[in-house]
Design a protein around this ligand. Structure first.
Ligand SMILES: *Cc1c(COP(=O)(O)O)cnc(C)c1O
Length: 377
């Protein structure tokens, strides 16, 4: 009898796909070590959590979970449109912004097309592109010695765009590097991209990056019909677990995305939580300010331990540990601290550390001092 491998029936591009590697969940480390009081600084979540208004709305929404959600997301879109100064017909809601990124790839890429992104880009782009069978064009990033080490090389990205290019992905700031491109330079780049390619500008860290002079891509939408701005409630809004993100685009692009998305891709609970979160902008402002202050503390602490840190406009830092990075990662785990290895990004000598609360940042710094055998000044 021949052995049957039903997995081999999958389309080739999917069969060879390397899956996304998430941060280690707290519950998993608890099971492995039998300890509690674990600090997770591995997935760029906001340790200050969502607004109390959002928490209340999430709980209230549970009453109606026997009903399907409003598939059009009318209330959330209305609130977003008012805040962003766009029309509701320019919005596409997603089950996290990850969903929207996948929808863009599904709707705009054929196997003979190309998608351009930078080396060290967010891991979801290559996965979403590969699943369509399209060609992945990864453009080398700047070297570690550059002014913006490991950052996007926009000139090289522009040169990589051909008539076959349909999507160009840029996260600003980028994850996992934290690096960013200057708003003026980015605008010139978008203007130079041929209108036969969509520019997907991923602003997952918008709220953290804006005070640092990064762009508000939504302001450029009228000028560039091929621009798609992608945002999320997972980071500064503290709602990573409920899964809501969105794209703002030309209405024709939104119309296309809304045709391919699942009719109920955002849950009723998520819709309610996100909409309520928008009613408490002060909560976001406060937690962003605290995170940015703590980012300075964490950076200074790492540097005082002799650890090199890449510049960051996000709520996380990419730190250089050299060939022993995985030993450091394991040592941190044993001390109940979860950070993020980034070897799958080709950055095996680095670890990515999310900026936590003051207490969490002290925990990681003390654990690192113990592991590296250096005393903290
Ligand atoms: C975290 C992150 C996202 C957001 O993912 P969600 O699916 O919205 O949780 C998108 N892009 C980048 C670059 C990110 O780091």
């Amino acid at each position: 009898m021949t052995t049957i491998h039903p997995g081999e029936l999958a389309v080739p591009a999917v069969r060879t796909l390397a899956p996304y590697v998430p941060g280690k969940p707290i519950s998993e480390l608890e099971r492995e070590l039998g300890i509690s009081n674990i600090v997770k600084l591995a997935s760029n979540e906001n340790p200050f959590g969502p607004s109390p208004l959002a928490l209340r709305a999430l709980q209230d929404a549970l009453q109606d979970v026997w009903l399907y959600p409003d598939g059009s997301g009318h209330e959330l879109k209305k609130a977003l449109a008012a805040i962003l100064g766009v029309g509701t017909e320019q919005l596409t809601l997603g089950n996290g912004s990850n969903d929207v990124l996948v929808l863009l790839a599904e709707a705009f890429l054929r196997p003979q097309d190309e998608a351009v992104y930078s080396q060290y880009c967010f891991a979801v782009y290559p996965i979403a592109v590969q699943a369509t069978g399209a060609r992945r064009i990864e453009v080398p990033a700047y070297p570690r010695s550059a002014v913006m080490p490991l950052g996007h090389d926009l000139d090289a990205m522009l040169r990589a765009i051909t008539p076959r290019t349909r999507l160009v992905f840029i996260a600003n700031p980028n994850n996992p590097t934290g690096t960013w491109v200057d708003a003026g330079r980015l605008k010139e780049f978008i203007a130079a991209v041929p209108r036969t390619a969509l520019v997907v500008l991923d602003e997952a860290y918008f709220e953290y990056a804006r005070p640092q002079g990064c762009e508000d891509g939504v302001e450029w939408l009228e000028e560039f019909p091929n621009l798609v701005v992608v945002r999320t409630f997972s980071k500064a809004y503290g709602l990573a677990g409920v899964r809501v993100g969105y794209a703002v685009s030309h209405p024709e692009v939104a119309d296309i995305l809304n045709r391919v998305r699942q009719p109920f891709n955002v849950s009723s609970v998520a819709l309610a939580g996100a909409e309520a979160a928008l009613r408490d902008p002060d909560h976001v402002t406060r937690s962003v300010a605290e995170t940015l202050a703590q980012r300075d503390v964490l950076r200074a602490g790492l540097e005082s331990l002799g650890i090199d840190v890449i510049p960051s406009a996000g709520n996380f830092l990419l730190a250089y540990f050299g060939p022993n990075a995985m030993d450091v990662f394991d040592g941190l785990l044993r001390r109940g601290v979860i950070v993020r290895p980034v070897a799958n990004y080709g950055l095996s000598e680095y670890l990515r550390i999310t900026v936590g609360t003051a207490d969490q940042n002290q925990r990681v710094l003390e654990a690192l001092a113990a592991i590296l055998g250096r005393s903290r000044p």
